[in-house]
Write a protein that binds this ligand. Structure first.
Ligand code: NDP
Ligand code: 2IT
Length: 445
């Protein structure tokens, strides 16, 4: 495989899609060796077919705000690859959303979903709609207008969207209501649904729980556990919340959260009512973490910065892409951090990852360590298909097992001769092989 040529061809075809190029480059570099050892991949054009989405649905979303003004947003669904199962992946509502970001997320989702061991293809979608400061009615009208365009392109066996940044239980409810009305069916077309209308127990917690289960496995490879460890977390959304809950339960002390306004440092640890307060903070739709520092004693608020300057044993970046750069990595390394386990998608820059690996830190990419969210979405789909509900214990046990299996797959393909586990390579190779063999079986389509 000529990685350079493929990348420069892609860049020419899609100029300016920096995040997408970043995600593709990482995967290609990881799989180059195994690709060249298997000439059947080259002759079937696997890479050429994998790096372009099957299709992209682009639409505008006109809606009316509370003042009676017409607003127009752009929206997309990137259906990337369905070799393993129906297209599957979240919807992101954030002003930064563009095609480059959704293509990087959709591409990552293919390999992440393959790693879950469940029958799920890869997709992503969303809009540049900004939920910040919007009323519940405005969010409802936007979600309804969004689904009015999208509904005919999705379905429980076709494409199953879910949440991501800016899309939580409330938005899934509004989207589902409109889909149900238009399609005249009550089915598992979306995941992350409410518990009394098809949702799964543990789905809200799943991504964060999965991140911590994965971190536990990583630490165990060095004879370490989470008990008594200090953890720095970024973000204060759905993923951060689940991670704080589980890490605390396993005896660790989480000392930070962050938002677009800066980070809070709580040396006594975020636990008990403070974890519930995270949900209140998120529900205000104000997008700031500073109020946490006024609510609880002994907490510092550091404006405009990321929490990576704090001394921590483990870092869990759970906010957004490229939020941890080389300088942040240096702080963590200099402070003796043992490992970084990504909760967000692609939060570490390539330079940061290089530094972590050079210094022998444990490092796992989001496509491995945050796969518990989509895995539990897969479990929600199974329950919907069976028309049954599993207990929290059943779902959590399956989630735990899946995270252990993903860790195992990373070790299998990522263990280096000196014993160091390259989780980036392991996750990319394991995910790629599963998808590539399915594509070979299914012919040139
Ligand atoms: P939420 O909307 O619940 O929270 C997102 C958090 O990240 C907020 O604190 C948010 O603040 C912050 N954030 C988002 N974009 C930016 C930005 N450009 N600059 C600074 N801060 C930002 O989303 P989730 O917790 O669901 O998602 C967090 C990460 O986890 C994302 O990378 C997502 O793709 C990933 N993920 C989510 C899964 C899920 O099931 N929800 C599953 C797997 C991965 P604000 O947006 O206001 O800036
Ligand atoms: O990035 C992700 O894996 C998600 N936002 C969850 C996707 C899903 O379909 O549950």
């Amino acid at each position: 495989m000529n990685t350079k040529e493929i990348l420069s061809g892609l860049e020419k075809r899609h100029p300016g899609e920096a995040e997408y190029m970043q995600a593709v480059q990482e995967v290609l570099e990881s799989i180059e060796e195994i690709y060249d050892q298997n000439p059947q991949f080259e002759s079937a054009g696997i890479i050429e077919r994998l790096i372009e989405p099957d299709r992209i649905i682009t639409f505008k979303v006109p809606w009316m705000d509370d003042e009676g003004n017409v607003q127009v947003n752009l929206a997309y669904r990137v259906q990337f690859n369905n070799a393993l199962g129906p297209y599957k992946g979240g919807l992101r509502f954030h002003p930064s959303v563009n095609l480059s970001i959704l293509k990087f997320l959709g591409f990552e989702q293919i390999f992440k979903n393959a790693l879950t061991t469940l029958p799920l293809g890869g997709a992503k979608g969303g809009s540049d709609f900004n939920p910040k400061g919007k009323s519940r009615n405005e969010i409802m009208r936007f979600c309804q207008a969004f689904m009015l365009e999208l509904w005919n392109n999705i379905g429980p066996e076709t494409d199953v969207p879910a949440g991501d940044i800016g899309v939580g239980g409330q938005e899934i409810g509004f989207l589902y209501g409109m889909y149900k009305k238009l399609a005249r069916e009550h089915s598992g077309v979306l995941t992350g649904k409410g518990l009394n209308w098809g949702g799964s127990l543990i789905r809200p917690e799943a991504t964060g729980y999965g991140v911590v289960y994965f971190a536990k496995e990583m630490l165990a490879t060095r004879g370490e556990s989470l008990d008594g460890k200090t953890i720095a977390v970024s973000g204060f959304g759905n993923v951060a919340w689940g991670a704080v809950k589980k890490a605390t339960e396993l005896g660790a002390k989480v000392v930070s959260l962050s938002g677009p306004d800066g980070y809070i440092h709580d040396p006594r640890g975020i636990q008990g009512e403070k974890i519930d307060y995270m949900l209140e903070l998120r529900a205000t739709n104000e997008d700031i973490v500073e109020p946490y520092a006024h609510e609880f004693d002994g907490v510092d608020f550091v404006p405009g910065k990321h929490p990576w300057e704090i001394k921590a044993d483990v870092a869990l970046p759970c906010a957004t892409q490229n939020e941890l750069n080389a300088e942040d990595a240096k702080h963590l390394i200099d402070n003796g951090c043992l490992g970084v386990c990504e909760g967000a998608n692609m939060p570490s820059t390539p330079e940061a990852i290089e530094a972590f690996q050079e210094h022998g830190l444990l490092f796992s990419p989001g496509k491995a360590s945050n796969a518990g969210g989509v895995a539990t979405s897969g479990l929600e789909m199974s329950q919907n298909a069976l028309k049954m509900n599993w207990t929290a214990r059943e779902v959590d046990d399956r989630l735990h097992q899946i995270m252990q299996d993903i860790h195992h797959a990373c070790m299998k393909y990522g263990k280096q001769n000196d014993g160091y586990i390259d989780y980036v390579k392991g996750a990319n190779v394991a995910g790629f092989l599963k998808v590539a063999y399915a594509m070979l079986d299914q012919g040139i389509i």
